[in-house]
Design a protein around this ligand. Structure first.
Ligand SMILES: C[S@@+](CC[C@H](N)C(=O)[O-])C[C@H]1O[C@@H](n2cnc3c(N)ncnc32)[C@H](O)[C@@H]1O
Length: 215
């Protein structure tokens, strides 16, 4: 793993997410996100970019299927956990962990799959600009997959009246050239989720899966 933050380090995003991860021994389940599993399982393995990889559930799952993954997060603690998880799963040689604050720097290269799963942040984050960079990182013929929380889970009492953008509004914010991109799925499916105290309920995700046309 590259041990230092690329570009400007020590910003608000890094401080917020470091504190978030350090507060708990483990934040996420370690399982791959269900929309990623549905969409990526049938794809032939290639190169993948996981933006905001957290503790590595998605990256390790992809690597286990034969993908060569670049996994990025702003939090060194999350990346350390992800790296340990990858070693335990025997796929550490297939994942390049990189620490970036994506507001400032972005990993080099182009990828067959660019995945941004819940790349959302309560601290200032230029999400549209980062996701436009994510689109540019898709290789010709590659898939861009963006999954975003689009509802307040039933166990959160605050923010009940939050208005979420529709999937089409999110797609428009990517400013993709329609002659270069083919939408494969743009929608807001519901799924059952489990809250921090084991409670379950329906939540909605915005899902954008768009393929960059081969040139
Ligand atoms: C809501 S979590 C989602 C984690 C993981 N993708 C998942 O689905 O479990 C958002 C992740 O994005 C990372 N992140 C937030 N802001 C970032 C930034 N500016 N640059 C890079 N990563 C960032 C956080 O550290 C966190 O791991």
């Amino acid at each position: 793993m590259s041990g230092e933050l690329h570009g400007e380090g020590g910003g608000r995003a890094e401080r917020f997410w470091e504190e978030h991860y350090r507060k708990q021994e483990r934040v996420w389940s370690g399982k791959a996100n269900p929309v990623l599993v549905d969409i990526a399982r049938p794809l032939p393995p290639g190169t993948g970019l996981d933006l905001g990889c957290g503790e590595g559930g998605d990256a390790v799952w992809l690597a286990g299927l034969g993908w060569r993954v670049t996994a990025v997060d702003v939090s060194a603690t999350a990346l350390d956990r992800a790296s340990t998880y990858a070693a335990e799963a025997g796929v550490d040689g297939h994942i390049d962990f990189q620490q970036h604050d994506l507001a400032h720097t972005f990993p080099a290269g182009t990828f067959d799959l660019v995945s941004a799963q819940y790349l959302q942040s309560p601290v200032e984050f230029p999400r549209d600009r980062v996701l436009q960079a994510a689109a540019r990182a898709a290789a010709p013929g590659g898939l861009l997959l963006i999954v975003t929380h689009a509802s307040v889970p039933p166990w959160f009492r605050a923010h009940r009246n939050t208005r979420f953008p529709s999937p089409d509004e999110e797609l428009a914010e990517l400013e993709l050239d329609p002659s270069l991109w083919q939408p494969e799925f743009v929608g807001a499916p519901e799924r059952q989720a489990t809250g921090p105290n084991g409670e379950t309920g329906a939540v909605t995700d915005n899902v954008i899966a768009v393929r960059r046309l081969p040139q």
